[in-house]
Design a protein around this ligand. Structure first.
Ligand code: HEM
Length: 411
């Protein structure tokens, strides 16, 4: 009897296959035949593109698609790869899978006597469904065993713990990030499942959190779980604040990438819901109903801090004013936010365990995320939030042609 035909033999075979990566590398690598004509709508600025192009000078999921998809998963892994070639194989496999999944298509029939090449969660033909897969590496990926210690980007460390944080080791750290976003949660789940089964020989799950954003209610930016429109004021791509440039002083391989900060922030909603609306508005600096700054009428209005130097209308300690005082000095600390709400049920005391997966993208963690976070220290909203997890990553430069993510690390 061949080893995989008996239950014990099958277990041994699977253990061996998983340990050697055979399941990932061979059985799954070409599991999807691409759609003959994938539709690319990522430049159209529409909210639900059929397919967001995987290739480009920069990864998708950051500025593309223009409007973030409604469902997301931030999955963080520990690298178990033993050496540089295995890490390289891992990044090649992720690239192959991500390229196929984001285009969509029909899974290759594996035959009735072997496990199917696809989970089947999305049916017989996998829709692209706006899927993007964005990959980042944490500090641990630049370890000596990979031969990458000389390629560590400047400023990439484990996530800094700030005053008032309540760090939970179960939600902190990690070597590699897969940020998976799509128009529906089952598309996100499907992609993550296909990615992990192809790669589990080289990385193991460390923490994972799923998120969602609301459709416009009733218009404009999505709302966070405090009820406020979130993601209104963001730098545009042409502002040059997000992508790592050739003059940045970062290693050449990192040009075209970006630093990704994922910060998990619980929102104490029961406590928040007991605060008057005017105090809530004052803490944020915007109106809950319209999203307009307190001195404006609509969400797209820019606050006029010069005309309100003492904070009579928008208090000096309002979240938006501290985060971006709109001075010349603070201009270079602006960052791109593309966060998601999360809901993890209730905690042991019956309170909602919910909050914000704060995800931001910038060319420098210290000059942007940390500078903003330092300005926010002790803001009035601090009493209603608890940052408990996350990590810093370098989002890899994009892939052109038939290259793979992180290729520049090995050349
Ligand atoms: C649970 C925690 C947080 C909540 C509920 C929250 C909420 C908000 C809201 C409602 C706005 C106004 C709408 C907008 O422009 O998007 C805003 C703006 C902003 N937030 Fe937060 N935020 C949180 C955490 C953070 C953190 C951790 C940072 C960075 C360290 C940050 C940085 C910013 C920035 C830069 C702006 C734009 C300010 C401007 O340019 O006017 N926020 N936030």
């Amino acid at each position: 009897m061949p080893p995989e035909s008996s239950p014990t033999g099958r277990r041994t075979f699977l253990r061996h296959a998983l340990a050697t990566g055979a399941v990932g590398a061979t059985a799954v690598a070409s599991a999807i035949a691409p759609s003959p004509v994938p539709a690319h709508a990522q430049d159209a600025g529409v909210s639900a593109p059929e397919s967001t192009r995987f290739e480009g000078p920069h990864q998708a999921g950051i500025y593309r698609p223009a409007l973030p998809q409604s469902a997301a998963c931030f999955a963080v892994f520990t690298l178990t790869a033993a050496n540089g070639p295995q890490l390289q194989q891992l990044l090649q496999t992720i690239t192959d899978r991500a390229r196929a999944l984001t285009a969509g298509g029909s899974p290759v029939a594996a035959g009735s006597g072997v496990p199917p090449s696809d989970s089947g969660v999305l049916g017989a033909v996998i829709p692209a469904d706006g899927l993007t897969i964005t990959v980042g590496l944490g500090h641990g990926a630049f370890a000596e065993r990979f031969g990458l210690e000389g390629k560590l980007p400047k400023g990439l460390s484990t996530m800094r713990i700030f005053d008032d944080d309540v760090p939970d080791p179960a939600w902190l750290g990690g070597d590699i990030l897969l940020q998976v976003c799509a128009n529906a949660p089952d598309t996100v789940h499907h992609a993550l499942r296909e990615l992990t089964r192809a790669t589990r020989a080289w990385m193991q799950p460390q923490w994972q959190i799923n998120g969602f954003i609301s459709p416009p209610r009733p218009s404009g930016a999505s709302r966070n779980l405090f009820g406020y429109k979130d993601g209104i004021a963001n730098p545009g791509e042409s502002d040059g604040l997000v992508w790592i440039g050739p003059e940045s002083g970062q290693p050449a391989w990192a040009v075209g990438g970006t630093f990704i900060v994922v910060r998990l922030i619980r929102m104490l909603v029961e406590f928040w819901d007991r605060v008057s609306l005017s105090e809530q508005d004052t803490m944020i600096g915007r109106r809950r109903d319209s999203g307009a700054p307190l001195d404006g009428n609509v969400e797209s209005d820019a606050p006029d801090y010069k005309g309100d130097p003492n904070g009579a209308v928008i208090p000096l300690a309002a979240h938006i004013r501290l985060a971006n005082p709109r001075t010349t000095l603070a201009e270079s600390s602006r960052l791109l936010r593309r966060g998601y709400n999360y809901v993890l049920g209730t905690d042991a005391t019956g309170n909602q365990n919910v909050g914000l997966i704060f995800a931001c993208y910038q060319a420098s963690i210290q000059d942007q995320f940390e500078a903003v976070q330092e300005r926010l220290a002790g803001e009035p909203m601090t009493d209603y939030i608890q940052a408990f997890g996350g990590q810093y990553f370098i989002g890899l430069p994009g892939v052109t042609g038939d290259g793979y993510l992180g290729e520049g690390l090995f050349t």
